[in-house]
Unconditional design. Structure first.
Lengths: 332, 523
């Protein structure tokens, strides 16, 4: 474009804009060299998550455990949690937990599931309302009976399992079964570790969190699919390239895209975390973790896994045979 | 890849314009929109209860209660019929899902069969020697459940309409559930009280020969039952013995109003239809001086003396009412009785304060998120970044437009979905641009780099979008409430971003290339 022309229209102005930052060089990171460390770390994270889940369990919100949740705002200055706790504990409603929720005058009250049927839950709410009187604004009241809670758990688990299989099936359909297995394992890894994070931090695990986990599954597979796509292309282009080099090449070539996409998504999620309010906090935390772990697992799990379960190479069988013979020399 | 036929350009521009036009109403208040001429689209995204404030109730129709009641009625009728037909039996009772008894004379099974068929044709009879078991026919049971749920929905709707709630949503969910959504109701106690009552009204004769004490001691004559008195003056636990046979039932009422009696106490005045009037007239004429009981949901409201025959079909119920409870009862009687009790399985109420805060927080988070993404794209892609941002703008418009058009409900997780979709939407652009850069580095010419960039990235973009959509569909299918709202925005976002990232961006770049004829790509 030689010397800049006179900008005449808005379109011309735009046309003069150059990117401020350009990633010019294709990096040359030896991902395969790190993959064993990655596997070890992931195994540790996965096992840790399962152990945490079994030992400590999840802090199930009322969506799943049943029970009552009330968000109240005191109308007379900051809430006196101690005093409120005293008032509510005296009601004989079993386990009552109080927690500050965002602002100092917002309090989240949780009642455990009342013994008895769905009607008993309703009576619990009535008692709390009578005890707190009119000094508070009832911002939110949620009562979930035992019947619905159980159903929601079933539906949630079913949705997650189906999502994993559906995604694997799609990848299998578009690629080959080895890719499907790799995608499913890495997505499973992301799902389990997200659950582990929720168990570790004891963040409220509710319906919105579940939505986050399914979204993470979708996001993580996004990343994996992009990388697999490139691997397949490279496999076709360089029929005799050994697998570790091929994986490294594909990962490096797509790395700039990976970083940029992670950044834009993370920006959106960060703004949700900071400005989205208390109700979305659990969701945002899950998503943020999911973006990080999803990217990590695409690079260090999904791609290297294919080194172990090698997809068939297109082209003649002889060529493939020769190629795999060449690959048998491990690169360490 | 770089050639756009005229019709395609027109189509793309048309869709974008439509998107802007249809999403624009969301920027204005309802009042502003009303003032505009009629041809301007006014459909806005409807806000979920978590944003606008309101109550969400999930009710279950208690079919077990219906079944139990039907069994009891069946047992009663069998007793009467067997006595008339002189059929001997033992152990007649209802338990679980069936009624069973043993015949003294097994050869009279055919008579029994005929009697059962006469009482209730929907009951299946099986016999094993002298042992007879009666079970409701499953097909009939299912159609009965369906009609009970439908009837319940209708009656719940009538009751809620009478309370003056605006735009309530009352619909069936699953097999035997009813979803009730009450926008703007932040204290659903009254509504819950109203729909929590069956409101089955019946008139019975009082059996004055037996005292409640005798009856409780086990001397209850067949055909009688002991019912508790509702808030009686005579202390707690008072009860009264009434005949099980119904004199007239509340189904025969045509109207009920709350009013005051001569002493100024609140009462409910009612009017019978012609059948009810006749039956009530006959019954009272033959029993002047006796007591009858007004029974609501198995509790005796009052048991007045019949002073004179009531033949006009008017009457009033006095029963220690407040004016509110008299109004409620009148409302319930007008709306009719529920075929089965309703249990509240789930209640979610959001006050207007929290709703407004959530909208505020959600909008702020989305705006900040979008602005950050827009800036990010400009920093990393310059001119092409701006093209991606323009596509992002149309993407957002189209997403809002399709949400408005579909009448989808926007929830707080839905807003999160929008913010997230915007973050992920530019991924398609990133994929294309990175690919173009690669092709440029690989030494291709400008045009062929662009061509290859779009072409090669397309497959990847499609794959990544489909997988996200798969997760979205599962959430929509299996999720409930807020999760569904999130899933809808996610799925729609995938579709709109596919359009905007691929077609809109490409059109912008191709147009620029044609006009400016650049020798280098600004990338």
């Amino acid at each position: 474009m030689g010397a800049p022309r006179q900008a005449e229209t808005a379109a011309d102005l735009i046309a003069m804009l150059r990117p401020l930052i350009i990633i010019r060089k294709i990096p040359n990171i030896d991902f395969m060299g790190w993959h064993k460390a990655g596997f070890a770390l992931s195994a540790l994270l996965t096992i840790g998550s399962i152990v945490l889940f079994l030992v400590q369990g999840l802090n199930f919100g009322i969506d799943f455990s049943g029970g009552t949740l009330m968000e109240v705002r005191t109308l007379t200055g900051p809430a006196d949690l101690g005093q409120m706790r005293g008032t509510l504990t005296g009601l004989g409603l079993g386990d009552v937990s109080l927690q500050q929720f965002g602002a100092p005058d917002d309090v989240l009250i949780r009642l455990a599931r009342q013994p008895g049927d769905d009607k008993a839950q309703e009576q619990g709410v009535q008692k709390v309302k009578q005890a707190l009187g009119s000094n508070v604004e009832y911002r939110r009241t949620e009562v979930v009976g035992p019947t619905v809670g159980t159903e929601l758990i079933h539906a949630g688990v079913l949705a997650t399992v189906l999502a994993l299989f559906a995604i694997a099936a799609y990848v299998w359909l578009r690629f080959e079964w080895q890719f499907g297995v790799g995608a499913m394992l890495s997505t499973l890894h992301d799902t389990i570790t997200t659950v582990g994070l929720f168990s570790l931090l004891q963040i409220d695990f509710n319906l919105t969190t579940l939505a986050a986990i399914l979204t993470i599954a979708g996001y993580s597979i996004n990343d994996t699919v992009v990388i697999y796509d490139r691997m397949r292309e490279t496999m076709r282009k360089y029929k005799t390239m050994d697998f570790p080099t091929l994986i490294n090449k594909s990962l490096n070539e797509t790395l700039s895209r990976t970083i940029l996409t992670v950044s834009t998504t993370a920006l959106a999620v960060l703004s949700l975390l900071i400005f989205g309010g208390e109700v979305l906090r659990g969701f945002s935390i899950a998503m943020l973790w999911g973006i990080v772990i999803g990217t990590y697992s695409s690079l260090f799990i999904a791609a290297p896994l294919l080194y172990y379960i090698r997809p068939r190479r297109s082209g003649s069988a002889k060529e493939a045979e020769a190629a795999s013979a060449a690959e048998r020399e491990p690169v360490s | 890849m770089l050639y756009f036929p005229k019709w395609l350009v027109t189509l793309i521009l048309g869709i974008c314009a439509l998107g802007v036009l249809l999403s624009a109403p969301n920027l204005f208040s309802a009042q502003t929109l009303d003032a505009l001429p009629g041809w301007i689209p006014k459909k806005q995204v409807s806000l979920g209860l978590d944003l606008r404030g309101g109550s969400h109730l999930l009710l279950e129709v208690d079919m077990n209660a219906v079944r139990r009641e039907r069994f009891n009625a069946l047992v009663d009728s069998l007793r009467t019929e067997f006595r008339t037909a002189r059929i001997g039996y033992t152990g007649l009772n209802a338990e679980g899902d069936h009624v069973s008894f043993t015949l003294r004379e097994p050869e009279r099974l055919d008579d029994v069969r005929a009697i059962v068929k006469k009482i209730d044709p929907d009951v299946d009879l099986t016999s094993n020697g002298a042992d007879v078991t009666l079970k409701p026919n499953p097909v009939a049971l299912e159609s009965r459940t369906r009609s009970a749920v439908e009837q319940s929905i209708e009656i719940v709707r009538r009751r809620i309409d009478e309370t003056g709630t605006k735009e309530p949503i009352i619909e069936r969910e699953g097999q035997d559930r009813i979803l009730v959504q009450l926008p703007g109701v932040d204290n659903p106690e009254h509504v819950k009280q109203l729909i929590g009552r069956t409101a089955k009204l019946t008139f019975h004769f009082v059996d004055q020969n037996v005292s409640p004490e005798d009856a409780k001691a086990g001397h209850l004559p067949p055909g009688d039952e002991v019912l508790p008195l509702q808030d009686s003056h005579s202390g707690q636990g008072a009860s009264i013995v009434v005949q099980k046979r119904v004199m007239v039932s509340g189904d025969s009422l045509t109207d009920a109003q709350s009013t005051f009696d001569q002493n100024g106490a609140p009462v409910v005045a009612f009017t019978f239809d012609s059948v009810g009037t006749r039956r009530f007239g006959e019954a009272t004429r033959a029993n002047v001086g006796k007591l009858f009981a007004i029974v609501l949901d198995n509790k005796v409201i009052s048991a007045p003396v019949i002073r004179e025959p009531i033949t006009q079909g008017h009457g009033q119920i006095s029963g220690n009412f407040t004016s509110q409870s008299a109004q409620d009862l009148a409302l319930l009687l007008r709306a009719g009785a529920l075929p089965a009790p309703l249990t509240i399985l789930e209640e979610r109420t959001v006050g207007p304060g929290l709703g407004a805060d959530s909208i505020h927080a959600g909008a702020l988070a989305s705006i900040v998120g979008v602005v950050l993404v827009v800036l990010f794209m400009i920093v990393f892609y310059g001119q092409f970044g701006i093209y991606a941002d323009i596509a992002l703008f149309f993407n957002l418009c189209l997403l809002l437009a399709s949400l408005s058009l579909l009448g989808a409900t926007l929830t707080l997780p839905g807003i999160a979905g929008i913010a997230l979709t915007m973050g992920m939407a530019v991924d398609a652009n990133v994929l294309i641009y990175e690919r173009i850069r690669e092709e440029v580095r690989g030494g291709r010419s400008l045009i062929s780099s662009l061509q290859a960039g779009f072409q090669r990235a397309f497959g990847t973009i499609l794959d990544s979008h489909v997988t996200t959509a798969v997760a979205g569909f599962l959430m929509f299918w299996l999720g409930s409430g807020p999760v569904k709202g999130f899933a809808v925005t996610l799925i729609l976002g995938v579709i709109t971003s596919l359009f905007s990232a691929i077609l809109v961006t490409r059109l912008l770049i191709v147009t620029w290339v044609r006009r400016a004829k650049p020798k280098l790509l600004p990338i």
